[in-house]
Write a protein that binds this ligand. Structure first.
Ligand code: SF4
Length: 350
């Protein structure tokens, strides 16, 4: 567990982190990317951290990979690459920097380490887990294999390195249906997200999809009635759901897709009003790029993603702590499952 009192005192002796409107104004170009959701007084608090991290990144030869669910000050302020799990996994294979700071949750940092065994991967808070990743172990995969002999195992990237190593191939919410459709045999095991598996099963009726009983604590909170209520209150509202939501929620939506697909849909369709049925930071992060679109809806935040803060990123880079390690033998097998996913999804997209 990070000792924030000690961290604050140590950081305060090395950097000027006092809120500064003057600095905030000098960094107005960065603020312009998130002006709709970031009042100036808040930006005056974040700007000193953003300035310190961006300077330290240069000194350490580091890049920041940030998931779409990061807060706007991380997403727009310090990131070099942003995207969904698949985009970050691919970016992790392409960066030249020797230090990767993963702004996301632990399984994402493990994936970066698996794909970059020679590089230093920093996780600003090791406690940033994921309800899906924590729902299954390698023993769970063995249990499913025993229950459905011969069926290939497709594991969501939201899993630990050990679970990936025990799987045949990985998938993300963006490519899950294509990956499952490409598997040999009639039956495909999907782990650990039961809702993603059930949504995929509808898209790939030629396969018998069986699943593990895991769920995302953010997406399973939405109900079909929530969506119906918002439609009734806002006639003409478009609703976009993430496929980690239960199928009856997805059925109420106008479109379902991964975070990257949600972003693409909003940019192409430009609805007057839209509700994103996913983690709340997503709407904040794409708001300024779509000034003519009004984003409505409840704000469900992922408590794991919210553990990553500018302060913890600065500490991690300053102290070079939070180094992610994966047992090399586990990493070798997990890499096969991730690389099969990257190769197959690139082949299918070609
Ligand atoms: S939003 Fe859900 S799937 Fe994503 S990290 Fe949080 S708990 Fe895990």
């Amino acid at each position: 567990m990070l000792d924030l009192t000690t961290i604050r005192s140590e950081l305060g002796s090395h950097y000027d982190l006092e809120p500064s409107l003057d600095l905030a104004e000098r960094m107005a170009d960065i603020h312009a990317r998130m002006g709709r959701v970031m009042p100036w007084p808040d930006w005056a608090i974040h700007a000193p951290y953003v300035a310190a991290i961006n300077q330290l990144k240069k000194e350490r030869g580091a890049v920041v990979l940030a998931h779409n669910y990061m807060t706007p000050q991380i997403y727009h302020g310090i990131s070099d690459v942003v995207g969904d799990s698949l985009a970050l996994a691919i970016a992790a294979t392409q960066v030249e920097a020797q230090v990767i700071v993963q702004c996301g949750v632990h399984f994402m940092a493990e994936t970066s380490k698996i794909l970059n065994p020679q590089k230093t991967v920093l996780m600003p808070d090791m406690a940033a887990g994921c309800s899906l990743a924590e729902s299954i172990t390698a023993e769970g995969i063995a249990e499913m294999r025993a229950r459905y002999p011969g069926a290939p195992v497709v594991s969501y990237v939201n899993t630990t390195a050990e679970v990936k190593a025990a799987s045949d191939i990985c998938c993300t919410s963006a490519n899950a249906a294509q990956i499952v459709a490409a598997m040999p045999g009639d039956t495909v095991i999907m782990t650990p997200d039961k809702w993603l598996a059930q949504n995929v099963a509808k898209q790939v009726p030629q396969k018998r999809v069986v699943w593990w009983d895991g769920a995302c604590i953010v997406h399973e909170q939405f109900t079909p009635q929530d969506l119906r209520d918002f439609r009734a209150w806002n006639p003409g509202l478009k609703i976009i759901a993430h496929p980690e939501c239960p199928p009856d929620v997805v059925a109420e939506a106008d479109y379902a897709g991964s975070t990257a697909n949600i972003q693409g849909w909003v940019e192409t369709e430009r609805p007057k009003q839209v509700m994103l049925v996913t983690e709340c930071s997503m709407a904040s992060n794409i708001s300024d790029a779509n000034p003519d679109v009004e984003f409505l809806g409840p704000c469900n935040m992922c408590p794991y993603m919210q553990k990553i803060t500018l302060e913890k990123v600065l500490w991690s880079l300053h102290s070079m702590t939070g180094v992610v390690e994966v047992d090399p033998k586990v990493a070798d097998r997990a890499r096969l499952a991730v690389q099969r996913m990257i190769d197959l999804s690139q082949r299918l997209a070609a």
